[in-house]
Every structure is written in structure tokens, then in C-alpha cells.
Design a protein around this ligand. Structure first.
Ligand code: SAH
Length: 354
């Protein structure tokens, strides 16, 4: 099956030459998330909030606890980046209903570019008012921001550099017959600070850089400095960046060839947590973690919350709750590859779970 996007990109390459990998990835991701059936058993992949309601509940409670610790500001922004089907935010809202004053204070803001997913998110919210934005710039500027992002940054486009002899070349996407292939583009150096903590490169090493994640960390840090609040970033990737090509595509719960059918599989690359944290710190906020997702969930009380839910559950529901919890916490799968990083204003003490 070839996609309409594949034809469009092939024409572009035929006229303009090979495309930068980040341009190819941005086009593929944007087309992909316009589709209807992406998440869950009938879709391509399953994310933590789709595994268990407890995930979104604990993330919501983390935000509410930050709000309480900040002295219950009368107005606050609760924001989510890339909310998918809206499952996490719906679970977060349900779990925080009993936190006195929280729902009166919060305004809900969702950052989402896909019109298809915006519609699903509105349905999941069942009438709770929300505003949608394309990026962080749309968030209000006059209230503290409590922001969550689960598997959002891994979808932002990456650049790849490949070492050839003594030089770096930027990878591009070209055509070989009917297939998209990676080719060496012109000489181009990765940002020097990305290399600062790494051993000297050897021939063939690949280095990834995600300028959009750097910009996100800087913008978010500036907001937290100016407005207060906190952010919780959950994703998969290493605590410290290293050489390596982590571009991957997933369709129907299996790995697919990353470039084969742009727009028909979920195309991502690992999030470099070390890089994200250091860019955020340089922009003036404190960072905590990254903690392994399993550790963070256990510290947040996932076992206790699960046990509480099991009391009133049917046997089938109870089995699903228990297996969901162990899937989210188990190592080395979700519990370890997935990590949690918190950003708070400078001087803040360690937040819950860290
Ligand atoms: N957080 C959800 C979904 C993760 S999938 C979950 O855990 O289930 C990635 C989400 O980010 C989707 O909602 C997708 O449409 C959105 N997204 C991807 N790239 C984006 C971009 N550049 N700007 C805004 N949203 C984006």
C-alpha cells in the first residue's frame, strides 16, 4: 500500500533532490495523526494511559499536588501536549474532582495539531470546556501552568548526522527505485554542545538532534520562570544521549520500515532526556529525574490506587487493572525504557515521585 503522501514526497525529491530527514518526518507524522484509528488494540500502538486508567489518574494528582504546594493559585492552566484520544486528561480530571478548589481554579488547554484527534479529545472530555492550540505559544501568559506530555516529544522531527571520516554529513531522504532511502547530504555539523559529553566519534557513528525539542524546553522553561507551575514529561529514550539511530516506525503493534510508507505508521525517535533537561536548566528552571516510569509510578502509589479500584471491580476488571499496573511498571519494558522528567521553577524542592 502506498500513501498519497508517499507520492507527494517522491515528486518533491524528484524535483528538489533528497529531503532533510526532519522535513520528511514532520510530513509523515502530521499525515499519520490525521487518521482515525491510531491508538489501542484495534490501532497501531498502545500508550500508558490506554493501558490503565491509573496512569492518567496519578499524573492528574501530581499536577493537583503541585497546585496545592504552590498555595492554590486562584487561576491556573492545566495543559496537555499531544493528548491522543484524550484518555489521560479525562482520567486526570476524574481523579482530581475531589481535590477542593482545583477544578474551580483550572482552565484546560490542549496542544494538538491533528483535527481528527482534537475531535476525539473533545468527546473524551464530555463537555468539560477546553481550548486547543497548535503549540505552547497559544497558552495564556498570566497564570501558573501545570503541563503534562506523554509520548509527545518522540513524535517531533529529528535530524541525523553521520560521521564520514573526519566530517559530519546530514542525512537526507532520497529515492532508490521505488523506495525511500537514507542518503548522505552535504557536510553539516551537529550543535557542538551535543558532542561535548560524548567520546570522539568514529566513522559511521550517527548522532540525532531534535531542534523542536530544544525549542520546546526553552519555551516551557521561560513560561515556568515567568508564570510558575510545573511540567511532567513522560517518554521513551535514554537518560543520557549517545550515538545511534533510533528512528522507528510502528504499525499494527509491530515494527515497520521507518521510511517505507510515510503517514501510515507511527514514526518516532527516542527522546534524549539528558539533552532536554540540560536545555531546560540552561533556560533557568530546575529539573528532577529522569526517573524510570516504574519507579515514579510506584512512588506515586500505583499499587495502593490499583488495590483500591480492585475492591469494587468485577473479576474481569480486576484482572485488567492488575495486569495494566504490572505492564506499566515492569522492567525492562515500559517501566524502564520509559522515563519521567519534571521541570519546576528554580529553587523548588523535589516534587512527588522523585
Ligand atoms: N499522549 C497520548 C498520545 C501520544 S501520540 C497518549 O499517550 O496516548 C502523539 C500525540 O502528539 C498525538 O496526539 C499527535 O497528534 C500529537 N502531535 C504530534 N506532533 C505534534 C506537533 N508537532 N504539535 C502538536 N501535537 C503533535
Amino acid at each position: 500500500m502506498s500513501t498519497a503522501l508517499a507520492a507527494e514526497l517522491a515528486t518533491r525529491i524528484a524535483t528538489e533532490g533528497p529531503l532533510p530527514l526532519d522535513a520528511f518526518m514532520a510530513a509523515a507524522v502530521s499525515a499519520y495523526y490525521r487518521r482515525e484509528q491510531v491508538f489501542g488494540a484495534g490501532g497501531d500502538f498502545v500508550t500508558a494511559p490506554e493501558v490503565s486508567q491509573v496512569f492518567g489518574e496519578l499524573v492528574g494528582l501530581w499536577c493537583a499536588v503541585r497546585w496545592l504546594d504552590d498555595g492554590r493559585p486562584a487561576r491556573a492552566v492545566l495543559a496537555e501536549c499531544g493528548p491522543g484520544r484524550g484518555t489521560l486528561i479525562a482520567d486526570a480530571l476524574r481523579a482530581t474532582r475531589t481535590v477542593p478548589g482545583f477544578h474551580d481554579a483550572i482552565e484546560l488547554h490542549l496542544i494538538e495539531t491533528s483535527p481528527t484527534l482534537r475531535k476525539l479529545q473533545a468527546e473524551a472530555l464530555q463537555g468539560t470546556p477546553a481550548q486547543w492550540h497548535d503549540d505552547l505559544a497559544g497558552l495564556p501568559g498570566d497564570a501558573p501552568i501545570y503541563l503534562v506530555a506523554n509520548e509527545f516529544l518522540d513524535a517531533l522531527p529529528v535530524r541525523q548526522f553521520v560521521r564520514r571520516g573526519d566530517a559530519w554529513r546530514e542525512r537526507r531522504v532520497g529515492r532508490k527505485g521505488d523506495a525511500f532511502v537514507l542518503v548522505d547530504g552535504p557536510d553539516a555539523a551537529p550543535p557542538p554542545d551535543l558532542l561535548a559529553d560524548l567520546p570522539a566519534p568514529i566513522d559511521g557513528d550517527v548522532l540525532e538532534h531534535r531542534p523542536a525539542a530544544d525549542a520546546f524546553a526553552r519555551d516551557l522553561a521561560a513560561r515556568l520562570r515567568a508564570q510558575g507551575g510545573a511540567a511532567l514529561i513522560v517518554d521513551y529514550g535514554p537518560a543520557r544521549g549517545d550515538y545511534g539511530d533510533s528512528l522507528q516506525a510502528v504499525a499494527k503493534h509491530a515494527y515497520a520500515a521507518p521510511l517505507a510508507e510515510p503517514g501510515s505508521a507511527d514514526l518516532t525517535a527516542h527522546l534524549d532526556f539528558g539533552r532536554l533537561a540540560s536545555v531546560a536548566r540552561a533556560a533557568g528552571v530546575a529539573t528532577f529525574g529522569p526517573a524510570h516510569q516504574g519507579h515514579w509510578l510506584l512512588a506515586m502509589g500505583i499499587r495502593e490506587r490499583t488495590a483500591q479500584l480492585v475492591v469494587n471491580a468485577t473479576p474481569t476488571q480486576a484482572a485488567a487493572l492488575l495486569s495494566g499496573t504490572s505492564r506499566l511498571c515492569e522492567t525492562p519494558a515500559m517501566g524502564r525504557l520509559f522515563k519521567v522528567l519534571a521541570l519546576l521553577p528554580e529553587g523548588a524542592k523535589a516534587p512527588a515521585g522523585f
